[in-house]
Design a protein. Structure first.
Length: 199
């Protein structure tokens, strides 16, 4: 799994968009309830060529998704040119990643954060290694480095069904080295690994 293979995989990858009208009718109830957000999926390679992804651990006292492992990202603001710009801005604010040091190589399918009603647009970026990150203490409790090899190991990933707000959802979970990634972040991670591995 190389940078070139990732670039090629994402260049030809068809993305799926959420059915916003169906979500608003059947789940969220009001047109204003669905909120737009973007995340960055940082991918990098150690000196031996081993691929990794970088995620954040959210603070336990946050109102939304406390303590969860997630991608750097957040709400798309009016000042953002598009979702890509929002993802880069948020990554800079949350972990000190300079947008000029990110090679954006493509995007993944939209994902719904069920409990908070965020519609997420994920952008994949190749980032340098090593790099001096600076976690934003108001939101980020720490950084989480996950090995792609460990994420692909048998038993690391599972999918379960769960009902929320009258709809049945697939809940993805990864468990690696005592860390658990689940929900929308895990769904994005699963798509990344599937597209990259099968390219």
């Amino acid at each position: 799994m190389t940078p070139g293979r990732l670039r090629g995989a994402l260049a030809g990858h068809p993305i799926s968009l959420l059915d916003v009208d169906a979500l608003r009718r059947g789940y969220l109830g009001s047109p204003g309830a669905l909120r737009e957000a973007a995340v960055l999926v940082p991918v990098y390679f150690h000196a031996d060529g081993a691929p990794h992804v970088l995620m954040t651990r959210r603070r336990n006292d946050l109102r939304l998704h406390p303590g969860q492992i997630s991608w750097p990202g957040g709400r798309i603001d009016p000042c953002d040119a598009d979702s890509r710009a929002a993802a880069l801005r948020e990554a800079h604010e949350e972990i000190g990643l300079d947008p000029g040091h990110v090679e954006v190589v493509g995007r993944l399918s939209e994902a719904l954060a069920v409990l908070s009603g965020f519609r997420l647009t994920p952008w994949v970026g190749l980032v340098p290694y090593p790099y001096t990150y600076v976690a934003q203490p108001a939101e980020v409790a720490g950084l989480v480095e996950l090995s792609v090899a460990a994420l692909l190991a048998p038993g690391a990933h599972r999918i379960e069904k769960a009902e929320a707000f009258g709809m049945v959802h697939e809940v993805h979970t990864f468990e690696v080295a005592g860390e658990q990634v689940w929900g929308a972040s895990a769904r994005i991670l699963h798509e990344l690994l599937t597209v990259w591995r099968t390219a």
